[in-house]
Design a binder for this molecule. Structure first.
Ligand code: URA
Length: 254
């Protein structure tokens, strides 16, 4: 997609164009991927958040014994039938995730909200529209990436998912990541960033540098949640820097 087209989409969405007020480092020649990934700190953040929290358990359904990892269809069914935590009791339906199952970019949010719970698709409300605009600004249509959440069921009254709920749901997300094999992950918002990186740090501390997820060392970029950006548009410039960092990774990736 060329620059003109991208601007057209942003205008059509009524979204303020993402123009940087100050020149950014990220606008200059992007650093090579090795440099970005090498920047990952050996982390307190990779330590479990609290000793009291249980380690992630494998999905304990008959079809997913370790020798038999679920394929997409089985995984969908497992999520649909899941009762691993109490969230399913209070939601309308599970929200598995959408997009290209071979996407280079995986976007991970927090949890379905009211609109997502109704429609069974992540990021379809106002925050979703801004996310779409952010993706378009990166040169992606929504259906060209994969979009998922930390938890697949809407928490009551849109409260944050609890640590144990995120852990119950984690095996599903980890399997999605394994199946997609994305070249980069964009974690949007605190809940996504903290749960993926096993960190207590604020988004402001986790963004602006490259992380690497799991043994596969998948490059992971943290940015602000679009719902937060709707409330605090003054941070869009920083979010744009984050998106550019993710883009620089994708450009370098095979
Ligand atoms: N916010 C999220 O984090 N995920 C959604 O699916 C919708 C809103």
């Amino acid at each position: 997609m060329d620059e003109q087209q991208r601007q057209y989409y942003l205008d059509a969405l009524g979204v303020t164009r993402w123009q940087l007020r100050v020149p950014l480092e990220a606008e200059q020649e992007p650093p090579p991927i090795e440099e970005l990934v090498a920047d990952v700190e050996p982390q307190p953040e990779h330590q479990p958040r609290s000793r009291a929290e249980p380690a992630p358990q494998p999905i304990s359904t008959p079809s997913s014994r370790s020798s038999e990892k679920p394929d997409w269809q089985t995984l969908r069914e497992q999520v649909r039938n899941c009762r691993r935590c109490g969230l399913r009791e209070g939601c309308t339906q599970t929200v598995f995730g959408v997009g290209d199952t071979q996407a280079r970019l995986l976007v991970i949010g927090e949890a379905p909200g009211a609109d997502e719970d109704r429609q069974g698709e992540p990021f379809v409300g106002r925050a979703g529209q801004l996310l779409n605009a952010m993706l378009l600004a990166m040169g992606f249509r929504r259906e060209e990436v994969f979009i998922a959440n930390i938890v697949k069921c809407r928490p009551p009254n849109n409260r944050d998912p609890r640590a144990e709920e995120a852990l119950s749901c984690e095996p599903y997300l980890l399997r999605q990541i394994e199946l997609i094999q994305p070249r980069a992950i964009l974690a949007v918002g605190r809940i996504a960033a903290q749960n993926l990186l096993k960190s207590d740090l604020a988004v402001g501390k986790l963004r602006g540098r490259m992380h690497a997820l799991g043994e596969a060392r998948i490059p992971l970029v943290v940015t602000y949640h679009p719902a937060y950006l709707l409330r605090s548009p003054e941070h869009k410039g920083r979010a744009w820097q984050d998106l550019q960092m993710a883009l620089s990774v994708l450009r370098e990736a095979p």
